[in-house]
Write a protein that binds this ligand. Structure first.
Ligand SMILES: NC(=O)c1ccc[n+]([C@@H]2O[C@H](COP(=O)([O-])OP(=O)(O)OC[C@H]3O[C@@H](n4cnc5c(N)ncnc54)[C@H](OP(=O)(O)O)[C@@H]3O)[C@@H](O)[C@H]2O)c1
Length: 344
């Protein structure tokens, strides 16, 4: 029987992607949709300005959207996918967990808390057991798991593939799509014919979340990876797909051929939304490109290319679909991991 799930922030850019992915999902059944007070009481069709590249699913179109409060979500809903602004997530996610709901969240609030697992299943599925520590410390019947920021998800799987060479220093420069800022995020007058070399708090997220994701969990505590990470984030006028330029210095010698082999052979998981291969390595020097490569693996694959040895270690480019692998698909994959591990 499918697990009954809800979507918090169902009308937004990520919320719509969540609905697109969950509607056909055999393990999950959408049973609750929430948004702000201004959407509450409307049907989903009225409340959401649907902009995803497939028709609005009939199964949810006439569902009534509720306010985002535990009392508004039926008790038989077990799992909530959260795509709320982080200020809202900070206020409402914990009360849902206290009421016994399991929350798989995109929002940045709480991602770096010591007892909150920040998970990319193919990279650090074992960190999910941090939920036992979380429940002990917080006394929750529910639980909270987070997926990382969309630009962190793009480069961390490639680093995980290179970890055996000893990661020492990582430099990453991003070229991020406008959908990463949400529908009301960047005005067209700001971004057309332009590039903006600043995205508030983004660089810090890449630098800290990557070290948490590649850290070690000993069953009680999580230690963060000690590699140095420096990030520079840029907004560019693409719609979807974050492209990143990466330089990695390793303890052991690392050739471009070794790196390509390590990335191509890095394992995916036997979960419905985990693509195989996880990392697609291009030989063409001008790939990956956002418009051509963001839908690889139904938007869940990481694309890499341009691998070469440089004065600053291995250099390459990588790309992922920011609202699928970087957000909605990441939360759904964490939901599948929760199910496989008996949390649902
Ligand atoms: N876009 C990406 O690529 C991406 C990637 C990774 C993570 N994220 C994170 O995911 C979250 C959602 O991003 P988004 O791009 O989907 O944002 P968005 O398009 O602005 O959508 C925000 C959603 O939250 C709801 N909401 C706003 N204020 C609320 C309130 N006070 N109470 C309850 N619900 C409220 C909105 O409902 P109404 O329609 O009723 O206003 C809407 O459903 C953010 O934390 C973002 O940082 C986004």
């Amino acid at each position: 029987m499918a697990v009954r799930v809800g979507v918090l922030g169902a009308t937004g850019a990520v919320g719509q992607r969540l609905i697109q992915l969950l509607d056909p999902h055999p393990e999950f059944e959408i049973a609750a949709l929430t948004a702000s007070e201004s959407s509450a009481g409307k049907t989903y069709r009225q409340a959401a300005k649907w902009r995803v590249d497939s028709p609005i699913p009939e199964a949810v179109a006439d569902t009534t959207v509720t306010a985002t409060e535990p009392g508004e979500v039926p008790n038989d809903v077990d799992l909530l996918f959260s795509s709320l602004p982080s200020s809202v997530g900070a206020a409402v996610e914990a009360p849902f967990c206290e009421e016994g709901y399991i929350v798989s969240s995109n929002s940045s609030n709480g991602r770096m808390d010591d007892d909150v697992p920040l998970v990319i299943p193919e990279v650090n599925a074992d960190h999910l057991d941090l939920l036992e520590v979380q429940r002990d410390e917080r006394g929750w019947d529910g639980a909270m798991v987070k997926n990382p920021n969309c630009s962190t998800i793009t480069f961390v799987p490639t680093l995980a593939a290179l970890a055996e060479f000893g990661l020492e220093k990582v430099h990453v420069a991003t070229l991020q799509a406008v959908s990463g800022a949400g529908y009301d995020g960047v005005s067209s007058m700001e971004i057309i014919d332009n590039a903006i070399p600043y995205i508030g708090s983004e660089e810090d997220k890449l630098e800290t979340e990557s070290r948490k994701l590649l850290g070690e969990f000993d069953g009680a505590e999580l230690s963060h990876n000690e590699m140095d990470v420096a990030a520079s984030c840029n907004r560019i006028p693409t719609i979807d797909g974050h492209l990143e330029n990466v330089w990695v210095e390793t303890e052991d010698d690392l050739t471009a051929a070794d790196a390509a082999e390590a990335m191509e052979s890095y394992p995916s998981l036997d979960l419905r939304s985990s693509p195989d291969p996880l990392i697609h390595v291009f030989e063409e020097p001008d790939r990956p490109q956002p418009r051509m490569d963001r839908t690889l693996g139904d938007g869940m694959a990481i694309a890499a290319g341009g691998l070469r040895e440089s004065a600053f270690g291995l250099q390459y480019n990588c790309l992922a679909h920011n609202t699928i692998r970087g957000a909605a698909g990441a939360s759904v994959l964490n939901g599948e991991l929760l199910l496989e591990n008996g949390y649902l």
